[in-house]
Design a protein around this ligand. Structure first.
Ligand code: PEP
Ligand code: CO
Length: 392
C-alpha cells in the first residue's frame, strides 16, 4: 500500500469513537487541517538525534506525565508542577548515571484513551465508554458520553498552551499515544525541504499495546511519519511480531526512530523480556528499550478504584534494568505516569491502601499516577541500576 496521511483509512482502526454526527467530524477535520503545527520539524529532528544518542548508550530517555490529560485539571500550576517533577527525576538519574537525560512529557496532547470495552454499563444503563477529554466527558450521562468532534479544538488549544509553558522552561519535548486518528491526520505536515511527512501534534508519538496488531490502522499511520515512534510491548507481543513491526515501521533502520516500551508486569518481565531483547539483537535493529513499569501492574482497590502498588512498580523497573543491563541491550529509557500533585492513586511510599478509595486525593481520569514522593522513589531505583560500578 502506498502511504499517505489518510492511508490508515484502508486498515482496521480499533479504539476509535463512533461520532454520531459524521458531517460535524468531517468539518472539524477540515478545520484542524488549517491549524498551526504544535511542534517544529527542527525540534522533531533534534529529538530523533537525542534518541539515537540514547540508543548508543550515551543518553537516557525519561518520558512521563499524566495517563490522561484532562480539561478539568488544566492549570499553569499543574503544568509547572509536572515539569518540575520530571526535571527533578532527570537530575537524579543524570547525576547517578553520568548520562544526558532527554526529557519527554506525556504532556500537551495526551488526551485520547484506549478502553477495554466500547460501552460502559451501570445499573442496567449502557453508554459509550469514556475515551478521554478529546472525545467525550467522563460523567456517566448520555450527553456527556456522546463523542463530540468539537472537543478536538479544546484539546488542541490546551496542548498549545501547555507547549508554550514547556518551551519557556527549556529542554522539553512532548509526546502522546497517537490514538485518535481523525485528530492526528489533519495535523500531518509535509516538509517541503525533505519531502517527508511529520506529525505536528507532538514530537514523539507512540502506538498503544491494543493497537499494534497486524493490519492495524495505527501502525499504517505511523509508518509514513518522520517522527520518532514508540511501540508499547505488552505480554502478548511475540518476538516474531516484534520483528514484523520493526520491518514495517523502520525498514531503513534509522537511528533514533524506534523506542520499544516494555510494559510486561512485575511477574512477567523475567519470562518475556529476554526473548524480545534477543529478537532485536539478532536483527541488529537499532532500537531504544524503555521500561514502562506502570501498565502491567494495575489492580483494583477495595471500592473499585484502579490502583498500582509502588512495590510492584519498583520491582518491575529493577528487573527490567537488571536483565537489560546484563544483556548489553540499549536500555536507555523509562516511561511512567505521574503528577506533580500530592495524589493518592498508587499505594505505597506513604499512601495506605485505603487512601485510594477517598475521592479527595484520587483525581486521575484514567490510570493511577505516581505522586512526587513515589516518582522520586522510582527515579532512585533507576539511578541505582544505572550507576557505574565503583572501580576496584
Ligand atoms: C497508556 O500508556 O496510558 C496506555 C494505555 O498504555 P498501553 O497501551 O501500554 O496499555
Ligand atoms: Co495509562
Amino acid at each position: 500500500m502506498i502511504w499517505s496521511p489518510e492511508s490508515w483509512r484502508n486498515c482496521e482502526a480499533r479504539q476509535q469513537p463512533v461520532y454520531p454526527d459524521a458531517e460535524a467530524l468531517t468539518a472539524a477535520e477540515r478545520e484542524l487541517g488549517a491549524y498551526a503545527p504544535l511542534v517544529s520539524i527542527a525540534e522533531v529532528d533534534a529529538l530523533s538525534a537525542a534518541l539515537a544518542e540514547a540508543q548508543a548508550g550515551r543518553a537516557f530517555l525519561l518520558q512521563g506525565g499524566d495517563c490522561a490529560e484532562s480539561f478539568a485539571e488544566f492549570s499553569p500550576a499543574n503544568i509547572e508542577a509536572n515539569a518540575a517533577l520530571l526535571e527533578a527525576m532527570a537530575a537524579r538519574i543524570g547525576n547517578a548515571s553520568g548520562l544526558d537525560v532527554v526529557r519527554v512529557g506525556r504532556m500537551a496532547g495526551q488526551f485520547a484513551k484506549p478502553r477495554s470495552t466500547a460501552m460502559e454499563t451501570r445499573g442496567g444503563v449502557a453508554l459509550p465508554a469514556y475515551r478521554g477529554d478529546i472525545v467525550n466527558a467522563i460523567a456517566f450521562d448520555p450527553g456527556a458520553r456522546r463523542p463530540d468532534p468539537e472537543r478536538m479544538f479544546r484539546a488542541y488549544a490546551q496542548a498549545a498552551a501547555t507547549i508554550v509553558r514547556l518551551r519557556a522552561r527549556g529542554g522539553f519535548f512532548t509526546s502522546h499515544e497517537a490514538l485518535l486518528l481523525p485528530f492526528e491526520e489533519p495535523l500531518v505536515r509535509l516538509d517541503p525541504a525533505s519531502r517527508r511527512h511529520y506529525a505536528s501534534s507532538a514530537h514523539f508519538l507512540w502506538i498503544g499495546d491494543r493497537t499494534r496488531f497486524p493490519g492495524s490502522a495505527h501502525v499504517e499511520f505511523a509508518r509514513g511519519l518522520a517522527n520518532p515512534i514508540g511501540i508499547k510491548c505488552g505480554p502478548s507481543l511475540e518476538p516474531e511480531m516484534l520483528r514484523r513491526l520493526l520491518a514495517i515501521l523502520d525498514p531503513g533502520r534509522v537511528p533514533g526512530r524506534i523506542t520499544l516500551i516494555a510494559r510486561l508486569g512485575h511477574d512477567r518481565v523475567e519470562g518475556a523480556l529476554p526473548s524480545l531483547l534477543r529478537a532485536t539483537a539478532e536483527e541488529g535493529h537499532p532500537v531504544l528499550w524503555a521500561c514502562d513499569p506502570m501498565h502491567g501492574n494495575t489492580v483494583r482497590a477495595g471500592a473499585g478504584h484502579k490502583t498500582r502498588p509502588l512495590d510492584l512498580i519498583l520491582a518491575e523497573a529493577r528487573a527490567f534494568f537488571d536483565i537489560a543491563v546484563a544483556d548489553g541491550a540499549a536500555c536507555g529509557g523509562l516511561h511512567f505516569e505521574m503528577t506533580g500533585q500530592d495524589v493518592a492513586e498508587c499505594t505505597g511510599g506513604g499512601v495506605a491502601p485505603g487512601a485510594v478509595d477517598l475521592a479527595d486525593r484520587y483525581h486521575s481520569h484514567c490510570d493511577p499516577r505516581l505522586n512526587p514522593a513515589q516518582a522520586m522513589a522510582l527515579a532512585d531505583v533507576v539511578a541505582e541500576a544505572l550507576s557505574p560500578l565503583p572501580a576496584s
